[in-house]
Write a protein that binds this ligand. Sequence first.
Ligand code: DAH
Length: 357
Amino acid sequence: MDDLRAKYIDLIANAADEATLEDLRVKAVGKKGEISLQMRELGKMSPEERQVAGPKLNALKDEINAALGAKKAALADAALNERLRAEWLDVTLPVRASRTGTIHPISQVTEEITAIFADMGFSVAEGPQIDTDWYNFDALNIPSHHPARAEMDTFYMHRAEGDNRPPHVLRTHTSPVQIRHMEKYGAPCRVIAPGRVYRADYDQTHTPMFHQVEGLAIDKDISMANLKWVLEEFFAAFFEIDGIKTRFRASHFPFTEPSAEVDIQCSWVDGQLKIGEGDDWLEVLGSGMVHPKVLSAAGVNPDEWQGFAFGMGIDRISMLKYGIPDLRAFFDSDLRWLRHYGFASLDVPTLHGGLSR
Ligand code: DAH
């Protein structure tokens, strides 16, 4: 009996996990365990022998059970301590001072644009980046033979043979959102639509993916004068220069009539570009009065409604405002560039708080 005790107490003390403990329990005090078998032997003993052996065996059984229980609790404690050690966190440490992430200038400028136009009563509209050639071209009065299609360096989506769904393109501009918005909500309306657009082009001022913001205002009596006022308000707020001068040049777009390209006043001194002074001009957007055919295509009656639209390059005006010389760097994901040109995540642009701090 002493040998049995010594053997099991030792084995239990050294058990590494619960499975081993359970195994020992079965072997010692299970139905066919060594101690249980010994107990069966009691029946063959003389009463005197039994009186000595019985209590001893019972005590041994209790002792083994107690040892098993204690070891089980110890193992659970050890596991919990190990978990607490591994998952320990010092919540009293001060916040790390270095910024680990920044807001991309495009995101920041998109927020700035949205804040300014929201103040003038424009809400934000959205459309898909993969669109049909009808929304991207036809509905905007650019039929299939039109040279503007070729000029846009369009990315066409692959079509399997026998696929007779309409051809899809990566939208080449945000103008299709005009159609989608009027189709769904009709007139009157006043929206901007910022977003990604795509063209097969790549150099210092062109990337295959870039950003535009579309503007659209339709009502009974909206004119070019309203367009001019809205854009001048926008540029003054965006560049934070009161009375910034703009120049409207007659131009042509299939989806507007009349059409104008808009330049803003700037100066080039020693290769440095300054906005709002000097006698040079920089083109920043296309605009005009929405063509009656475009209104019709979107289900809006051109005899009843009229309005203006514009399309502006977000990347372009970001480069101007924040002095970023190469467009390609915007999309290189270079951490040093992002730390340099990025914005703190809590620096949310608002008109009352200041657009760029
Ligand atoms: N969609 C034109 C482009 O990508 C820009 C544009 C010009 C948009 C005139 C307009 C507009 O809404 O009226 O080049």
